[in-house]
Design a protein around this ligand. Sequence first.
Ligand SMILES: [Zn+2]
Ligand SMILES: [Zn+2]
Ligand SMILES: [Zn+2]
Length: 373
Amino acid sequence: MDRTHLLSDQDEAAPSCPAGSYTDPRDGATAPPADSMPVVPGYESLGPNVIPPSDFGSAQPPAPSRAPERRFDIPAITEELAQEAFIKYASSKCCYSSKPAKEMVFTDLQSLNTYRYRLETFTESRTTEWDSEPYNGQVVDGFGVAPAPWSIPVPIPSLFKDCEKAVRVPHTSTIKGCHSCLNLGRSACRRCVNSGRTQCPYCGGLGRTGSNRCSPCQGSGMTRCHSCGGVGSTTCETCEGQGKLLCFIKLKITWKNNVYVAVIDKGSGFPVELLDQISGEKLLTDMAPMVYPVVSFPDSSVNAESESGVREHQAQFATTCRILQQRQTIELIPITRVHYVWNEKTHIYFVYGTEHKVYTKDYPVKCCCCSIL
Ligand SMILES: [Zn+2]
Ligand SMILES: [Zn+2]
Ligand SMILES: [Zn+2]
């Protein structure tokens, strides 16, 4: 029988991310001191460092021969469209007069279309640490051999989405006395420090208010502690009063979508950072467990970006994570530079994105009072 399938129902609870990613309300207090724990073969060094995947360095698939079939040099937008976008832009600004946008005369429209290359590398990494829960008589599966960290099957919740999950490593359970309360099940009340009584809030501990004896504390200056009800101790939060813990190795799985983006800057004077917010036209989408750099795109800077993106992600993730899936896209981002004349002066604006957004540095009439002209 395959031991790696012995995870209990509880451990295999439906992956629900991000809210359902292993949330332990008692987190932090539940890890037993590592030096009191047995050494589990295959789990000698636990901690925050990721475990190298056992099958890293898997071969890259052969280069596909992909030749884009269509032409990518889309012409500049029409004058009508450029003007429409400009009027809309001017009227969206409360202090811009729409007069120049309506009266301008086009002198030139230049197509400055560019490309955005994006590579997503969806990775999985694993770490291990001791964890515990209150022992209430649950099954202890300490016998048998614990499966290696990377051989424990954990379903992927969803591709290209960040997520976290934790599962119990089979055959690592053991019962220990609670380290927080020294097996007592109760810990000293933090508020009254075991005395069961705290300073009276009415008289501030004086026993008197003015010249009268304080009645809530009957002159003693102390009242019963509200936190523990006067007992002096509270139920231990780590073991929930059981005095015993079920300790086990917890496998934490982190899925992460790593993104490499490059916009080919053609030095047109257009601020490329504006392009983060807009969408382009998808020219290519390529998804595979491991993509091959794009080589046959007509614009060689896109090929170069793909080459360095793929190489960068390989170097960054191949030895520490398992690369589950990669996706690369090339988008055409339309940008048109418009030259126009208004009031005998030449100006420039840009229309960009499939949304036809407008960017300009020198709109001719920017203040309300000028629009009366
Ligand atoms: Zn108390
Ligand atoms: Zn009092
Ligand atoms: Zn305890």
